[in-house]
Every structure is written in structure tokens, then in C-alpha cells.
Design a protein around this ligand. Structure first.
Ligand code: 3SL
Length: 233
């Protein structure tokens, strides 16, 4: 039987061998929700960068540049890190280069995987169906916050594990932990996430509508995947 495992922080990724796995990268607030929304809205590709200057340089190559640091849009960038920036008509058909505090770091750390795909509540059923079809073992990698574990990524992980339970064995206790957390909180997700550390951080930036949007289920039937350096559908 195939296995599923969970890495709750990019700082723990050294404990896992990603080279024989499909990695689902998740950053619910807000990087992977933005990537899913943008690609579903017709963005041509999204190239993730850890480094701000490298991302900024892509402007000269005709890309739209997107990014945040500590939740705030980077000065001079075209887009911040709100899903609504990515849902705008003006981004359709464009290539986007993006840098974020945690999400793009998690993608970078997954690059040796057989396949890197992007997960969010917005496309959770499509992601579940996709990994069920694959022959490979799966690792769900949470972006967390600066190395620390967060609630919203763990909840998504539990929800995804809950959809995979009949097809995958658990590689460690982490999937079990995430699933138990999700089952306990699933009927009260918005309220729970509103009380999470990152939601409180973001609330100072007045992005309540982003939080509500990022918790919507199955808005899109797409699975963004990394091809070379670009995320595409
Ligand atoms: O850390 C990240 O990658 C971001 O998603 C964080 S924020 O939601 O834009 O603050």
C-alpha cells in the first residue's frame, strides 16, 4: 500500500527523503491559496523565489512580480499576497514571479521530489484525486511560519489525510495527529483559524476577507504542479 506522511515545518524536512515521493506543499494563509486561485484564474505560470532580489529581477524579463514579507506587500511589487490580487482580470495570461516568507521556501525545499504539487482548501478534492491516481508515496509539507508549526496548514493536512485514509497507510504518527486535529475542529474552522497566530498577525493588516476566502472548499478543480522552475496547471 502507498504511504502518506506529514512534515509540519520546512525546518523538519531534513528528516524526510523527498526523492521518492510526491510532495504536496501547503501554505493556507496565503501562498498556496494564492497560487491555486491565480492559476485557476488564467495566470500562465507562477515561478516561486525564496530570494526577494531574484524575484524583483524578473520584472525586467516581463513578469509580474508578487510578494510579501511579514504579510505586507513588498514596495514596488505588482501584487501582494492576497488571493484577490490573483483573481483580478489583469493577471490573466501573465507570468508571475513570487516570493513569500514561508510558502516559496517550502517549495524550494521540496524540489528534489518526484513531483511537487500545490495544495489548498480551494483545490483539496482535486489534490486528493490526483495523488490517489499516482503510484508514489506522498508527503504533505506545511509551510508553517518561520520554522514554527501553524494551525491552518495542519488543519488542511488533516482534511487531506482524511480523504486519503482508504488508499494510503500512515508513514508516521503525524498524519494521525493532523487528522485528529481536523476532525475535532472541522465544524468550526473559520472561528478556529481566526484565533490562530497567523490570522491575528494578518488581522493587523486588515485581511479578514482573505482568511475567509482561503478556507473555502473546492472552488477550483485544478492541481498546480512544478514543471522545471514554474508552477503550471
Ligand atoms: O509566508 C507565506 O508564504 C505567506 O503566505 C504569508 S502571508 O499570509 O502573506 O502573511
Amino acid at each position: 500500500m502507498k504511504t502518506v506522511d506529514v512534515c509540519l515545518s520546512p525546518d523538519l524536512i531534513h528528516l524526510y527523503d523527498v526523492s521518492d515521493k510526491v510532495v504536496v506543499v501547503v501554505d493556507i494563509l496565503r501562498a498556496t491559496s494564492c497560487m491555486t486561485a491565480g492559476l485557476a484564474n488564467g495566470v500562465k505560470s507562477i515561478t516561486p523565489y525564496q530570494n526577494l532580489e531574484q524575484c524583483e529581477f524578473m520584472k525586467y524579463k516581463g513578469y509580474l512580480i508578487a510578494g510579501e514579507r511579514d504579510g505586507q506587500k513588498v514596495d514596488g511589487f505588482d501584487l501582494g499576497n492576497s488571493p484577490f490580487d490573483y483573481l483580478d482580470e489583469s493577471v490573466r495570461g501573465k507570468k508571475v514571479a513570487v516570493t513569500t516568507t514561508n510558502g516559496t521556501v517550502a517549495i524550494e525545499k521540496s524540489k528534489r521530489a518526484i513531483e511537487v504539487i500545490i495544495g489548498s482548501f480551494l483545490n483539496i478534492s482535486a489534490v486528493a484525486a490526483h495523488v490517489k491516481k499516482q503510484r508514489q508515496n506522498v508527503l504533505i509539507l506545511c509551510a508553517g511560519w518561520k520554522g514554527k508549526i501553524n494551525l491552518e496548514d495542519s488543519l488542511f493536512t488533516g482534511a487531506l489525510v482524511d480523504k486519503l485514509i482508504d488508499d494510503f497507510a500512515f508513514e508516521s504518527d503525524a498524519p494521525l495527529l493532523a487528522q485528529a486535529c481536523y476532525l475535532q475542529m472541522k465544524d468550526d474552522m473559520l472561528h478556529r483559524v481566526q484565533n490562530s497566530s497567523h490570522a491575528k498577525r494578518l488581522n493587523r493588516l486588515n485581511v479578514q476577507k482573505d482568511i475567509e476566502y482561503c478556507l473555502k472548499l473546492d472552488e477550483f478543480d485544478i492541481v498546480p504542479r512544478l514543471v522545471g522552475e514554474e508552477l503550471v496547471v
